[in-house]
Write a protein that binds this ligand. Structure first.
Ligand code: SF4
Ligand code: SF4
Length: 200
């Protein structure tokens, strides 16, 4: 799980259909990890405030002393994450920290597998997680992303149809329903905003 974020109901739905058998158990996603949502300082602050995700994160991960140190362990993962973040204009080197899990064994097995935290069970937690090159989920995650894009395109088509419908009615009850559906459609688009849904 090279990039970790908090869960949402979208991710929970996605997890139900994820074929876990695709995992090659290579351990790469436990060896070099980052978090794009929070800096290391922010995670520590959240943990002090009792945030469950942050507490779990710090329980298992320890930071590499530098990005170069993480690159020495697996340059492919670090460069892959950097490439994806740069594509979206989200790579800010001064905010980046890479981590390694304390519980990964030399044979790539997890020494606390039965008690591993939820964030590990959920990984990769959405089609948009950047996985290490060669990860068994790569192709499947690509298909998930394409499905998400189609979902957003359909939502945008429905939104346009609603705009036409709006022009044809003055019925307050119908207009209220339209507004409610519009909000749901906007929510669907917003879920994927960080990945560029405005342009799909
Ligand atoms: S990198 Fe992919 S294939 Fe390897 S252990 Fe992690 S999830 Fe499984
Ligand atoms: S606790 Fe286990 S599954 Fe989670 S990152 Fe560490 S080695 Fe991987």
């Amino acid at each position: 799980m090279p990039i970790i974020n908090n869960m949402s109901s979208y991710e929970e739905n996605y997890l139900k259909k994820r074929p876990q058998s695709l995992c090659k158990m290579c351990g790469k996603c436990c060896r070099v990890v980052t978090n794009t949502k929070y800096t290391y300082e922010e995670i520590k602050k959240l943990a002090r405030e009792g945030n469950e995700f942050a507490l779990d994160f710090l329980k298992i991960f320890e930071p590499y002393p530098s990005i170069e140190a993480a690159r020495e362990v697996d340059a492919g993962i670090v460069d892959n994450i950097k490439k994806y973040l740069e594509m979206d204009g989200n790579y800010h080197e001064e905010k980046m920290t890479f981590y390694k899990c304390k519980y990964l064994l030399d044979n790539n097995m997890c020494s606390i597998y039965e008690e591993r935290p939820t964030l590990c069970i959920h990984c990769p937690s959405s089609g948009w997680v950047v996985v290490p090159p060669g990860c068994g989920f790569e192709a499947w995650l690509f298909l998930q992303r394409e499905e998400d894009k189609q979902k957003v395109r359909r939502a945008k088509e429905e939104y346009l149809e609603l705009q036409l419908l709006k022009r044809k009615t003055k019925d307050a009850a119908i207009l209220e329903k339209i507004t409610s559906v519009e909000k749901k459609i906007q929510h669907t688009i917003d879920i994927f905003k960080a990945y560029g849904s405005d342009n799909w």
